[in-house]
Every structure is written in structure tokens, then in C-alpha cells.
Design a protein around this ligand. Structure first.
Ligand code: THU
Length: 162
């Protein structure tokens, strides 16, 4: 048996250190969370996706009384982008959250299913997606690739036929 280590790379920044375009993207994620439909959890999440054609698509979590029927903000935004701009690459996704009930001073960490969807789009477009995770106290955790959020990801190579 042999122990192996993998490296995951993240950048830690303050909101003010980001360039204007990324600050704007985070601000779009923040405005998106105000429209979240989250009556069951009270946890409002916003995501904003910057496409290569400079369009910004935003989304928020949409909950349902049949809980599993709801969808996270990241997937609402990414699926809208995929549905309406199927051939336009995703440059960056920013995610932010707000809650009256929960203490969320740390950055929002996307769930496994959302990471898998980001991974799919990254692979489809053959270009890394930058992920900005924003906290309410303006700390930002940045990953330059979805791979850093989802090591050992299941990928389409593994579904290749003989
Ligand atoms: N949620 C998101 O929208 N994105 C995340 O990254 C984490 C969780 C939503 C799902 C559910 O509506 C609520 O937050 C509580 O889990």
C-alpha cells in the first residue's frame, strides 16, 4: 500500500482585490439571492455565470414542498446558460448566499451535484471554469478549475465505448 497526495489550489482574496468584472459578477450573484424561492430552508443562494460572450446569467435556489424537487442556484443558472447559449463557453461562476436563520460568515460551498454539473460543462467546453465563492464578510475563495472542487471526478472519458 502506498499513500499518495494530491494538490488542490485555491486563492483567497478580499472582494476589493478583485477586478471590476469579477466584483460585478459577485454583485450579480448577491442580487440574485434576493429573488431566491427558499421558504423551507430560509437559505438564499445566488449564482451568476459569466459567459465568453460577456453575457451574465444569474439564478437562485428554487425550493419545493417535495424537497428533492427543488434545485440549487448554481444549477438553475448553469442550465439556463446551457439551454439558451449552448455553444458559448462559461468563463466564471460566482456564488453568494444570505440567511436570517443561519450563520453563514464562511463562503458557500457548492453541493456535490452542482460541482458535477460544473464539471460537465468544463469538460464539454475544453476550458476551465473559474469559481468564485463569496462570503457575507467579503472573503472570496477562488478556484481556477472545477477540478479543484471535485478531485477524482467522474468524467466522460470513463463512459467511452470500446
Ligand atoms: N443551495 C444552493 O442553492 N446552492 C448551494 O451551493 C448550497 C445549497 C440551496 C439548496 C436549498 O434550497 C438550500 O440552499 C439549503 O440547502
Amino acid at each position: 500500500m502506498k499513500e499518495e497526495k494530491i494538490n488542490l489550489t485555491f486563492l483567497k482574496a478580499h472582494f476589493n482585490e478583485l477586478d471590476e468584472a469579477e466584483q460585478q459578477l459577485i454583485n450579480m450573484a448577491k442580487s440574485a439571492y434576493s429573488n431566491a424561492y427558499a421558504p423551507y430552508s430560509g437559505f438564499l443562494v445566488g449564482a451568476a455565470v459569466l459567459l465568453e460572450n460577456d453575457k451574465i446569467i444569474s439564478g437562485n435556489n428554487q425550493e419545493n414542498v417535495a424537497y428533492p424537487s427543488g434545485l440549487c442556484a448554481e444549477r438553475v443558472a448553469l442550465y439556463y446558460a446551457g439551454a439558451n447559449y449552448p455553444n458559448v463557453k462559461v468563463n466564471t461562476i460566482a456564488i453568494s448566499a444570505k440567511s436570517k436563520t443561519y450563520d453563514i460568515t464562511d463562503v458557500v460551498s457548492p453541493c456535490g451535484a452542482c460541482r458535477q454539473v460544473m464539471a460537465e460543462y468544463q469538460q464539454k467546453q475544453h476550458k476551465n471554469i473559474r469559481v468564485l465563492l463569496h462570503s457575507s464578510n467579503n472573503k472570496v475563495l477562488i478556484a481556477n478549475s472545477v477540478e479543484d472542487l471535485l478531485p477524482f471526478m467522474f468524467n466522460s472519458e470513463q463512459l467511452r465505448k470500446f
